[in-house]
Design a protein around this ligand. Structure first.
Ligand SMILES: Nc1nc2c(c(=O)[nH]1)N[C@H]1C(S)=C(S)[C@@H](COP(=O)(O)OP(=O)(O)OC[C@H]3O[C@@H](n4cnc5c(=O)[nH]c(N)nc54)[C@H](O)[C@@H]3O)O[C@H]1N2
Ligand SMILES: Nc1nc2c(c(=O)[nH]1)N[C@H]1C(S)=C(S)[C@@H](COP(=O)(O)OP(=O)(O)OC[C@H]3O[C@@H](n4cnc5c(=O)[nH]c(N)nc54)[C@H](O)[C@@H]3O)O[C@H]1N2
Ligand code: SF4
Ligand SMILES: [Mo]
Length: 695
């Protein structure tokens, strides 16, 4: 009998981080279990992590590079694939310039350092990510406000936690795993939950604020109003470390609680109670979620919330929202050689003049990309390389995304499966899962840790994404290392480590220092927390934050409400799926076989909808169907729908991408986007809902 080898590694079926012990037998992972010694997850794993063997060894997984010939996929060699891509990219560069190649990724998957390096060395400024409406938007907005992204210091024992549009027990997003929050909560911290839906945490909260979707910026201004009026702010901090206090307080005065109640639907006494509880309980932290970013208020909302952390003295204070110190490795931007992208190339970044905060963090908005393909203005995008993203399902106005990607002259997709996006490609490159890679995981996060993700197995001819970028880059004459591990040595060098040593250590934690600003101020132009942003002012935006009405709401578009009387709150995460992924994984699909849309029982009665019915959800941009679930924990005006649905079991090349894809309903018109960062309203629009009938 062959032996079972146990390898310590790190999961990445979501944003990743949980410690795993993989059991390997005969070159195959037969099971995974949680690593009790992990400083991130303490032995826990979720359903997605536990199902990795069903993903890695799935019969539909693509195990070889593929090329589309006369509309049919054919297996080719790696060398053939990389040469074909390099030739085609070089032709595009010669004819149109490197900026006509778009390089893209989706959510954070630990390879942005390599993807950006590839793009920068190629000379294209056009990198399409999810950053305009997720996470990087938060990084950019806090960067210009207080110099870094503040994270809840759960290990520092917060006494009050504001769960602001986040559901970490299910989403474990970015720096956070639900388990850290849970431990702090179990120790007795007060919990304020701000959420349109009465979920697991809202039910347990001391205060639940059932907000109208998309109005968080106004609510946060309401909190400031109470804190200012009742003088609950930290006077020393305000006096010494805030830039623009007078202007900001003038702005805040415009948000009296009557007005805030009207905008947000939250009772004014409850707002007062919550603001007081947050301001007087020390220490307190705000745990923000992605719905606060996926609106036209994205940057301002983040800035107002950062302001709350600052004025209450909770910024960089133990148990508050802290600026963690990462281990001294090479940063993503150093590795990516952002500085080497020429000024001329930067000036050509699509939408760069319009979304200046987005340009500052080096991404473009999908709308700018689709327009450049479809209208060829300001210049055409001709070729693309997309890694780990399924924009046909995950970006607003999905029909436009589909048409644009279809029109690209040459498209390369890196994935595990033939998704609806991958089916539009000319070349498919098979990526390795996290079981198949060596990498310094979590090096893009801001929680103070880096983790050793060790290769456990190889599957088919799949390569880890990092290797794909390296080998393709080398084919195109770029400067890279010989091996993936050599590149990791370079990444780790400032910490005095190499990959082999780090692998044995398992992880490294930066040394935390609180109240760093007392020594050296904040990393902003004024050295203070800029509630009045000098950067936004320089770029010609309003330097003070505010609430702007959602572009498609009963308030802004009353004329639409007769046909579309409900507010669609789209993008509800479920524990088993990760956006458009995992619908083909048997253990996970069994738990949630169909797309679910939640409606209030009163709305269901009115519309003749029964529990479990297939219903149409329709917006001004189209209609899709999901299955109704009745929930009295949402407002009768609000409809909560899942995103990410396609049907891998439908074998034609569309894979049912337009049946239940909620992003067909969402808008991406320029005038509906956040003016500084370009965030899309992926969460909120107007809709109607009605039974599908006998179809
Ligand atoms: N309406 C609505 N739409 C949304 C959202 C919402 O809330 N509402 N949320 C948005 C948010 S926050 C985000 S970040 C985006 C995410 O958008 P995307 O990142 O585009 O979505 P995913 O479905 O996670 O990823 C797509 C593909 O990545 C592949 N993949 C997974 N891991 C790897 C890997 O390591 N390498 C490679 N090469 N491929 C891999 C999967 O198989 C999957 O097919 O979606 C957005 N879309
Ligand atoms: N299982 C799973 N995990 C994931 C993902 C996934 O698809 N599946 N996606 C990953 C990604 S890329 C991201 S960005 C994170 C996001 O993770 P989170 O930030 O936790 O976001 P969500 O789970 O979408 O929503 C969190 C809560 O906000 C509420 N909410 C909805 N709209 C609003 C609003 O307008 N205002 C307020 N205050 N609350 C609102 C929802 O009801 C929900 O309870 O999750 C990551 N983790
Ligand atoms: S929370 Fe994320 S990292 Fe942890 S086990 Fe689940 S998928 Fe893996
Ligand atoms: Mo995200």
């Amino acid at each position: 009998m062959s032996e079972i080898k146990k390898i310590r590694t790190v999961c990445r079926n979501c944003h990743g981080g949980c410690g795993v012990i993989a059991h390997v037998k005969d070159g195959k992972v037969i099971k995974v279990e949680g690593d009790p010694e992990s400083p991130i997850s303490y032995g826990s794993l979720c359903s997605k992590g536990l199902s990795i063997t069903q993903l890695a060894y799935h019969p539909d997984r693509i195990l070889y590079p593929m090329k589309k010939v006369n509309g049919k996929w054919e297996r080719i060699s790696w060398d053939d694939a990389l040469s074909t891509i390099a030739d085609k990219f070089n032709q595009v560069i010669d004819k149109y310039g490197p900026e006509s190649i778009v390089v893209g990724q989706g959510t954070g998957r630990d390879y942005e350092s390599h993807l950006y390096r590839f793009a920068n060395l190629l000379g294209t400024p056009n990198v399409l990510t999810a950053g305009h409406m997720c996470y990087v938007s938060r990084v950019a907005s806090t960067l210009i406000t207080c110099g870094n992204l503040p994270i809840c210091d759960y290990r520092g024992d917060p006494k009050c936690i504001v769960m602001w549009g986040c559901n970490p027990q299910w989403s474990n997003p970015d720096e956070y795993k639900g388990v850290d929050f849970w431990q702090a909560y179990k120790k007795g911290a007060k919990l304020i939950c701000i959420d349109p839906r009465k979920g697991f945490l809202a039910k347990r909260a001391d205060l639940w604020l059932q907000i109208r979707p998309g109005t968080d910026a106004a609510l946060a201004m309401g909190f400031h109003h109470v804190i200012l009026e009742e003088e609950l702010y930290d006077k020393d901090f305000v006096e010494n470390y805030i830039h623009g206090w007078d202007g900001f307080t003038e702005r805040v005065k415009g948000y009296d609680l009557e007005r805030v109640q009207e905008i947000t639907w939250v009772d004014k006494d409850l707002i007062r109670k919550a603001a007081r509880m947050y301001a007087v309980t020390k220490p307190a932290c705000i745990h923000w979620g992605v719905p606060t970013e996926q609106t036209n208020n994205c940057a301002d909302c983040t800035r107002i919330m950062t302001g709350l952390m600052a004025v209450t003295g909770n910024l960089d204070a133990p148990g508050g929202n802290v600026l963690y110190v990462n281990p001294p490795t090479r940063t993503v931007s150093e590795f990516a050689r952002h500085k080497d992208l020429s000024k001329e190339a930067r000036a050509k970044r699509l939408g760069g003049d319009q979304f200046k905060l987005g340009a500052r963090v080096a991404f473009i908005n999908p709308k700018s990309a689709w327009d450049a393909i479809l209208t060829e203005k300001p210049y055409p995008l001709k070729a693309g390389l997309l890694c780990g993203t399924n924009p046909v399902i995950t970006r607003a106005n999905a029909r436009e995304a589909y048409e644009a990607l279809k029109k690209l002259e040459f498209l390369v997709v890196l994935d595990f499966f033939m998704t609806p996006t991958a089916e539009l490609a000319d070349i498919f490159l098979p990526s390795g899962t996290w079981l198949e890679q060596n990498h310094v995981a979590d090096n893009w996060k801001r929680h103070g840790f880096i983790l050793a993700r060790q290769k456990c197995v190889e599957v088919g001819e799949c390569w880890q994404d990092h290797k794909i970028f390296m080998e393709l880059g080398k084919k195109m004459g770029q400067e890279w290392w010989d091996t993936v591990e050599d590149a990791l040595d370079y990444l780790l060098e400032p910490a005095g480590l190499d990959w082999e040593t780090f692998k044995k250590k398992g992880y490294l934690q930066g040394e935390m220092v609180y109240y760093k600003y007392k020594e050296r101020g904040f990393s902003t132009p004024t050295g203070k927390v800029e509630l009045y942003s000098t950067a936004l002012e320089k770029w010609g935006y309003d330097p003070l934050p505010k609430y702007t009405e959602i572009p498609e709401s009963p308030v802004s578009r009353p004329e639409l409400t007769e046909k579309f009387p409900y507010i669609l709150n789209a993008g509800f995460r479920t524990p088993t799926f990760f956006h458009s992924a995992n619908r083909m994984i048997p253990w996970l699909r069994e738990i949630r076989p169909d797309p679910i849309v939640e409606i209030h029982p009163e709305t269901a009665r009115k519309k003749g909808i029964q529990q479990g019915d297939w219903v149409y959800i329709e917006s001004p941009r189209g209609r899709v169907k999901e299955r109704a679930k009745l929930n009295d924990g949402i407002d009768p005006m609000v409809v909560v729908a899942e995103h990410g649905w396609w049907y891998p079991e439908i074998k034609d090349p569309g894979h049912g991408w337009d049946i239940s894809n909620i992003n067909i309903l969402m808008d991406n018109a320029y005038e509906t986007l956040d003016p500084a960062i370009g965030s899309t309203n992926l969460r909120v629009c107007l809709c109607d809902i009605y039974p599908c009938g006998d179809e």
